[in-house]
Design a protein around this ligand. Structure first.
Ligand code: GTP
Ligand code: MG
Length: 237
């Protein structure tokens, strides 16, 4: 669609202009420096609640760390691996002092021991349920597989915690467009029946960058306002 032709050369208007403005705000936020804050293996070590937080949850190997890196445009901020279960701690990253991104350890790792599963559940559960500044969980789903039983169990737990969560499909590059569209439709229908599930599905690829601008725009709405834009008592230095 040629937006300029459609609107008499006056540029975007209406929903398209809103979407473009939201993506610009998202792009601005996500180009700000992202720095590692801390790794947490025990509930007692959680940082005191401060800035709004967004957590990235999902099955082991779904692409949580890769997505986080892709969102902030860094190759190696969050550690990724071909070995499932690589991320074993909650890893906190400060994005421009406006939003904290939290990389969670994956669940559903086939080789995980019972005690490891219990430890995951206890730590992640207490974080997800007891975090007043946690604004949203991104629930990552592998586009090649779709929702699995364990994902549904997590959705039930998130619904019970009344924590808003957003489904983010990962690895969209690895699925043919027709199959991807069908998968999105099926998951959206299921998501619509979940009380705490955010209605907008994100369809992303850390590999080719698709869907990242829209997700950045969504997440930017949760950040604290830009403190450099309006500083009481004069501009920040
Ligand atoms: N094709 C494709 N592969 C991806 C994409 N994102 C991640 N991967 C691959 O998926 C594997 C797991 O990625 P990670 O980002 O480490 O996954 P994770 O969810 O953080 O894994 P854990 O920390 O073990 O729970 C790696 O081999 C990545 O290269 C993507 O968008 N497309
Ligand atoms: Mg990881």
């Amino acid at each position: 669609v040629d937006h300029h032709a459609a609107h008499g050369g006056e540029g975007l208007s209406g929903p398209e202009a809103d979407a473009a403005a939201a993506e610009a705000a998202g792009a601005l936020l996500f180009t700000r420096p992202c720095v590692f804050l801390r790794s947490v293996a025990e509930t007692a070590d959680l940082p005191p609640p401060g800035l709004p937080e967004v957590a990235f949850a999902g099955r082991s190997n779904v692409g949580k760390s890769s997505l986080l890196n892709a969102l902030v445009g860094r190759r190696d901020l969050a550690r990724t691996s071909v070995t499932p279960g690589r991320t074993r701690t909650l890893n906190f990253y400060d994005l421009g002092r406006r939003l904290v991104l939290v990389d969670l350890p994956g669940y559903g790792h086939a080789e995980a021991s019972r005690s490891a599963i219990r430890a995951w559940t206890a730590l992640v559960d207490s974080y997800l349920r007891g975090r007043p500044n946690l604004r949203r969980a991104c629930l990552l789903i592998d586009a090649r597989r779709g929702l699995m039983e364990i994902d549904r169990e997590v959705m039930v737990a998130l619904d019970a915690a009344a924590l808003v969560y957003q489904i983010v499909l990962t690895k969209a590059d690895a699925v043919k467009p027709g199959a991807l569209a069908a998968r999105v439709e099926a998951i959206a229908a299921e998501a619509a029946r979940r009380p705490a599930c955010y209605p907008r599905l994100a369809v992303t690829s850390a590999k080719d960058g698709s869907g990242l601008a829209a997700l950045r725009a969504d997440l930017a709405t949760l950040a604290t306002p830009d403190s450099n834009a309006v500083a009481p008592g004069g501009p920040a230095t």
